[in-house]
Design a protein around this ligand. Structure first.
Ligand SMILES: NC(=O)c1ccc[n+]([C@@H]2O[C@H](COP(=O)([O-])OP(=O)(O)OC[C@H]3O[C@@H](n4cnc5c(N)ncnc54)[C@H](OP(=O)(O)O)[C@@H]3O)[C@@H](O)[C@H]2O)c1
Length: 266
């Protein structure tokens, strides 16, 4: 290649002067990239689950929900961006297709009733989900468990034993990508049919008071009753982060951890 007097490069084989590059202006089209992460929220139509679905959509994730009743009755426009699946975690073989292509799962499945029912919903249903997700190669699994309530654990034996059994299974099947959140009372706006119940009226002032009484939490038996309530938006934020941030540490996050992580930006 030679250089001419004008400083342009000449091609030696074709002897043609190289044309200067013409940069054509591309039209700017704001199309967001397709989401690479797909989140399945188990119990996505419940109180905590709905807040998690909304938080995940705001982060640009593809979001699906699975529950026995399927689609949520809420009318908000964002809800049409969730893929609503219907299925019962207690009926293996009937719902696992919902895990296809899923990179992370957050389980909000839990409930109250007789001791044996509470064990099934909080324990067995979640254990089924954890095993199926692990078999399908899901990378991260977040389980919404519950804080220890000391004396109250005896009254709700099936609830706590179920939660503990699911926690133990999660730590075995997801040693690197399993996160357990243990909130106390969760407050925020709960929808019952078309009515919105503002649980924050009780929860928010209690959270402020009990945040300052942390040492009382250490008292034997009654201490856990001083666990501060936590806002549902904080739980949703931390759950989505734990499900998607590869450096979020696996293991147990208590209510103080939930408060701390919810204030961090990522
Ligand atoms: N709310 C609180 O103050 C609080 C405090 C501490 C911990 N937690 C825990 O946080 C989690 C979420 O609580 P939440 O208040 O959002 O409860 P919720 O409103 O009752 O939601 C529970 C969800 O689980 C689904 N579900 C129940 N059984 C199922 C099954 N067999 N298969 C598939 N889906 C099933 C329900 O939908 P379908 O009925 O349509 O199936 C619903 O979407 C629970 O594990 C709870 O124990 C809650």
């Amino acid at each position: 290649m030679a250089v001419s007097n004008s400083g342009r490069y000449l091609s030696t084989d074709s002897k043609k002067v190289d044309e200067p590059f013409k940069v054509e202006e591309a039209e700017t089209v704001n199309v967001p990239p397709p989401p690479t992460e797909k989140l399945l929220v188990l119990g996505g139509n419940g109180f905590v689950g709905l807040h998690i679905c909304k938080e995940a959509l705001d982060h640009g994730l593809a979001v699906a929900s699975l529950s026995r009743s399927g689609r949520s009755s809420i009318q908000d426009s964002w809800a049409s961006n969730v893929s609503w699946h219907q299925g019962n975690l207690l009926s293996p073989g009937s719902w696992e297709d919902a895990l296809d292509g899923v990179t992370a799962v957050i389980s909000c499945v839990g409930g109250f009733g007789s001791n044996s029912y509470m064990y099934k919903i909080n324990g067995t249903a979640n254990i089924n989900a954890i095993r199926a997700a692990s078999d399908k190669g899901v990378k991260r699994f977040v389980y919404i468990s519950a804080a220890d309530f000391g004396l109250a654990n005896y009254l709700l034996q099936g609830y706590y034993e179920g939660k503990k059994a699911a926690e133990a299974e999660l730590l075995i099947k997801f040693p690197y990508g399993g996160v357990i959140l243990r909130p106390g009372f969760i407050y925020g706006t709960r929808r019952v049919g078309s009515v919105k119940l503002p649980l924050g009226v009780i929860g928010s002032p209690l959270e402020m008071v009990l945040q300052r009484t942390r040492p009382l939490n250490q008292l034997p038996l009654i201490g856990p009753l001083f666990t501060p309530p936590v806002n549902v938006t904080s739980v949703a934020k931390v759950a989505v982060r734990a499900a998607t941030d590869p450096v979020f540490p696996p293991g147990i996050v208590d209510v103080y951890g939930i408060q701390r992580y919810s204030q961090k930006k990522y």
